[in-house]
Design a protein around this ligand. Sequence first.
Ligand code: BV8
Length: 249
Amino acid sequence: MQDVLSLAHVPPRDGRIVILTGAGISQESGLETFRDPDGIWAKVRVEDVATPEAFARDPDAVHAFYNMRRARHRTAAVAPNPAHLALARLEREWPGDMLIVTQNVDSLHERAGSTRLIHMHGVHSKARCNGCGHVVPWDGDMSTADECAGCGAPGGLRPHVVWFGEMPLELDRIQAALSTCDLFISIGTSGNVYPAAGFVKLVRRLGAAHTVEINLEPSRGASQFEESHYGTASTTVPAYVAALLAAAA
Ligand code: BV8
């Protein structure tokens, strides 16, 4: 039996919804988060694998880090969980506009059926040429031996992800959506990484949107949300989506 949450606020039926997701929504699919006690940053240093300087200094170490995560992501055990599926249902059934902005580089939202989606930190499944910027699908291991199909520059390929100190993708489109939305929902993120962690403040400064946090525990920015629901994503997100759709029926 589907749990149904009691909502503090229901947006208008034609309301625009923007949903920010983080690693917590993929945790129950078998992908590690970053800052939980057993998370990725407890095992490897950001400075060694997730900055342009790290890639310039030791590209083999950075390739090995992303090859390991890409391979993990390819295993059959890693699949969309009920939270991803609930957001895909919301996109199909919500009468208004909806957009997911994810910090995640996995493709679980797509595999769940979501189509209105921005990967602001890039994706595992693409490679980018350091020289010409050409971006191509990529699902195997990557190394400095791989060449760019666009310009042929040797050793110039990198994962198409946004490292610390690099500009996230599609910020203009994200800001436009945040400034016109009626409901902003943050799911499975610790609120540590900017500019994503600042979206709730931007929404509240720019518009009249209601703000909701859905997470395992209060995030760093919890006090900035008007409504919150805590629990695992695979139970809390489907319950929230069911309540939202029931209220809009
Ligand atoms: C930039 C690479 C210039 C891909 C990542 C102020 C403004 C702007 C920038 C900064 C600023 N202050 C500092 C900065 C610089 C920096 C930054 O934020 N540093 C932090 C550490 C202080 N930001 C940048 O460098 C960004 N670029 O600033 O460009 C600029 C300037 C102005 C305006 C625009 C641009 C680039 C940031 C991107 C870095 N790349 N990853 C990859 O390898 O994956 S960051 C990394 O953290 C991932 O992308 C990840 O998605 C992201 C956020 O982490 P979370 O998703 O929140 O994961 P986390 O583990 O932290 O939390 C998980 C949560 O889930 C927890 O709360 C947990 O309780 C919960 N959870 C766990 N299990 C469950 C659950 N919830 C529900 N159910 C469960 N089962």
